[in-house]
Design a binder for this molecule. Structure first.
Ligand SMILES: O=C[C@H](O)COP(=O)(O)O
Length: 230
């Protein structure tokens, strides 16, 4: 389906597909060349005797340019701390991988008013160690919106994205703040993508469930419209 889809050129919208590890070689061999590939995780440091882990070196050897790190499921189910995620991001960047670094608050944290403190601490742990922000995409994924059908409203998402950009400005630098893509993830679908994409600080999406459906093409196109309006 995706291979035949009419989508904008990769200079306009970058499409990165992230299957489970075991399918990476197959997808790589079948996927159209203007789409890219990401792994869903990798080991934190130099590869070695860590049975069952996939090292960043292996991804490089396989020609996988991107890796997703710090997904909320890994943070919550596998106890990955902010510092551990920061170390992973730093090591992957040091090998030349591009990183989609995930951050986001739980429902309890949102309801207690600590959303910005949580995502700032997660971002700081990455910024403390990241060497090359040109290869980092920040993915804001509120945990309560992932796979739940409860998407953040455009205002809720924009508010956090804007605050994150300000945080980058104040703590990393003006250029990084202006150029880093901050993408939104959490129940994005064909029906809500246009309104989200229209927000000034939403630069793209991290799509789970809807990426397996035809509406994924509409989601890609919603970002095209945004780009052409700039
Ligand atoms: O991994 C995917 C993201 O966490 C979002 O998932 P979702 O679009 O199914 O909510």
């Amino acid at each position: 389906m995706l291979n035949e889809a009419e989508v904008p050129s990769k200079d306009v919208v970058e499409v990165v597909v992230s299957p489970p590890f075991v399918f990476l070689p197959l997808v790589k061999s079948l996927q159209r060349p203007d789409f890219q590939l990401a792994a869903q995780n990798c080991w934190v440091r130099k590869g070695g005797a860590f049975t069952g882990e996939i090292s960043a070196e292996m991804l490089v050897n396989l020609g996988i340019p991107w890796v997703i790190l710090g997904h909320s499921e890994r943070r919550s189910l596998l106890n990955e701390s902010n510092e551990f995620v920061g170390d992973k991001v730093a090591y992957a960047l040091s090998l030349g991988l591009k990183v989609i670094a995930c951050i986001g608050e739980t429902l309890r944290q949102r309801e207690s008013g600590s959303t910005m403190a949580v995502v700032a601490a997660q971002t700081k742990a990455i910024a403390d160690k990241a060497s090359n922000w040109a290869n980092v995409v920040l993915a804001y994924e509120p945990v309560w919106a992932i796979g739940t059908g409860k998407v953040a409203t455009p205002d809720q998402a924009q508010e956090v994205h804007l605050e994150l950009r300000k945080w980058l400005h104040d703590n990393v630098g003006a250029e990084v703040a202006a150029t880093t893509r901050i993408i939104y993830g959490g129940s994005v679908n064909g029906a809500n993508c246009k309104e989200l994409a229209a927000q000034p600080d939403i630069d793209g999406f991290l799509v789970g469930g809807a990426s397996l459906k035809r509406e994924f093409i509409d989601i890609i196109k919603s970002l095209t419209v945004k780009k052409s309006q700039l």
